[in-house]
Design a protein around this ligand. Sequence first.
Ligand SMILES: *Cc1c(COP(=O)(O)O)cnc(C)c1O
Length: 455
Amino acid sequence: MKNEQLRRLLEAAAQRSIAYLEELNERSVAPSPEAISQLEAFDVPFPEQPGDPETVLRELDEFGSPATIAISGSRFFGFVIGGSLPAALASSWLAGAWDQNSALHNVTPVTATLEQVALLWLLDIFGLPPTCAGSFVTGATVANFTALAAARNAVLAKAGWNVEADGMFGAPPITVVIGEEAHPTLLKSLGMLGLGRNRVVRVPVDDQGRMRADALPPLSQPCIVCTQVGNVNTGAIDPVAEICDYANRADAWVHVDGAFGLWAKAVPSLSHLVEGVEKADSWATDAHKWLNVPYDSGLAFVRDADALRAAMAITAEYLPTESDRRNPSDFTPELSRRGRGIEVWAALRSLGRSGLSNLVERTCRHARQFAEGLSEAGYEVLNEVVLNQVLVSFGDPETTRRVIAAVQEDGTCWCGGTEWQGRTAMRISVSSWATTERDVKRSLEAILLCAEKYR
Ligand SMILES: *Cc1c(COP(=O)(O)O)cnc(C)c1O
């Protein structure tokens, strides 16, 4: 392909992306049934002949764009899903052009350097020691997996067992303690590590889903306690400091699944909610949720850098390297991977401390605005709105489910459903940088109109 053709193609991609984003907030958040049925256009046999790249792009845009759900718009409130900050999206385009395999410092120094810088910024934001090791992975599921692999290494090493070399068969059994409300992906991580989804000790939770520190079992080594900062339904935060004080007496490893809640640490007015999380041994969080970088992007931090390195480096055990440079692949499950730290760096660089704090605080304020509007209209908000999550019931389970379906069909905004401690609820999660007070007002009006129909 000649330079001229490449330029035309990439300019077409930029123009189509810009047009997509400019129209996004004018259309229904959920794709229409017609747009979804148009996806059949992709269902063709593998082409025998090469296709023109501009045609490939056109097909994607014509049939793909209308069938997207407007996650990067300003009124998507499903799951816990952020959009993409402008600086993060733009740098993602450039990073795509760079196409850096980000395993080794001496091969891809720019991505390794950006990750190193972003890592130190992140440790500063979360109030963690700058000596912690960190990994840039795909999401909180893999961040939990990565951090817990370090935990598994460390607690078994203390018991005289080298788990990387000798595996789990015959290893001293590890007691794994979790809260009743642990995220299902945490259990998946435990399963992948051979620690078992079911052979865990479950600690009861309170009415917000917080692990009850007073209900912790007696602990003895080797032991890993998994706490949660930000319940996916309520936003509630485990009493991590108290749990750490208790677990430290038994020399247990404490892990924090802080997929979104950990970001409360970036806000002076919220940081009291997560006071003491720095006492733990490892932490997992997402960047593609509250930091608003493109998928996929998760982060793991581990106090004992050698434990993470022993679990993840290809040499299996810690080997001093010739240089003191950080090789990203010594800390991640992957060897080859995209330089996702670029977007994390760009997001942090563009927000700065005040911008990050403002983003997190603003979305929490929007959540409270939703909760107040719904309560005032006579609907029951089921949770204490401590962060960006709101759970609302519109009456009996069937009515609530009908309202959720109506909200999704209406298309002004998008909210999902859940079951919370025996109640059926609609979840509103405000995680996007793009949401404004006007968006909240408009969405609230649409939700109340849908709810009125079934009152
Ligand atoms: C979202 C979430 C996860 C899973 O994160 P992914 O990025 O989807 O892998 C894990 N734990 C908690 C508490 C979450 O909110």
